[in-house]
Design a binder for this molecule. Structure first.
Ligand SMILES: C[S@@+](CC[C@H](N)C(=O)[O-])C[C@H]1O[C@@H](n2cnc3c(N)ncnc32)[C@H](O)[C@@H]1O
Length: 180
């Protein structure tokens, strides 16, 4: 059964969940995700494990991480020793779930949260917390808003404004650099 569901790909994070002693809860969340009829299993996997592992490694532990387009946010496990992890996700393009799908998000660490919605709607609320403390934050936009730059014009402007220096951004297969 596993080979067609994506469950077979979640090896690294499963090992991590095991190490954290949360295997049961984590497996239930995977079953919820991959068993959900709203989740597309044909077009992609719900989380790029290896890429997220590399990104997490380059981010200093004292940062508050804001992960834009985090999908189901399974990668929050990688940030258990960071200051805080905030995932922001709106399903929109049918890549890993259908437009409008609002899943039951879960996190399994006490320093993480996932917010359902557009980044452009949360950004104005985040700004007062980040302004003047930019060094404490780190923005991730991995294979998310830059994959559809026109539709995400506002989101990209906000991302550059909130994360002038500390960021990792990409479109599929290509790292984004911007002048800061
Ligand atoms: C390729 S997927 C997940 C990539 C994820 N960062 C990872 O590493 O596995 C990108 C997700 O970002 C979501 N997304 C795109 N634009 C967004 C926006 N402006 N605000 C919130 N989520 C967005 C898409 O719906 C999609 O589910």
């Amino acid at each position: 059964m596993e080979e067609n569901t994506g469950l077979s790909k979640s090896t690294n994070f499963r090992l991590l969940a095991n190490k954290l002693g949360i295997s049961d809860k984590y497996e239930k969340y995977l079953e919820y995700i991959f068993g959900n009829k709203n989740v597309s299993l044909d077009n992609g996997y719900v989380c790029y494990e290896e890429e997220n592992e590399k990104i997490a490694e380059i981010i200093p532990k004292d940062k508050i991480v804001i992960d834009v387009g985090c999908s189901f946010g399974l990668q929050h496990l990688l940030y258990k020793d960071h200051k805080f992890y905030v995932g922001i996700q709106k399903f929109v393009d049918g890549h890993n779930a259908w437009d409008g799908f609002k899943p039951m998000f879960r996190t399994f660490t006490d320093n993480s949260i996932i917010l359902e919605g557009w980044f452009r709607d949360f950004a104005p609320m985040l700004e007062p917390f980040i302004r003047g403390r930019e060094d404490q934050f780190f923005g991730i936009a991995y294979s998310s808003i830059w994959n559809a730059p026109q539709a995400n014009d506002d989101d990209i402007r906000w991302f550059k404004r909130l994360f002038p220096k500390n960021y990792f951004a990409s479109e599929t297969g290509k790292r984004i650099y911007y002048e800061s």
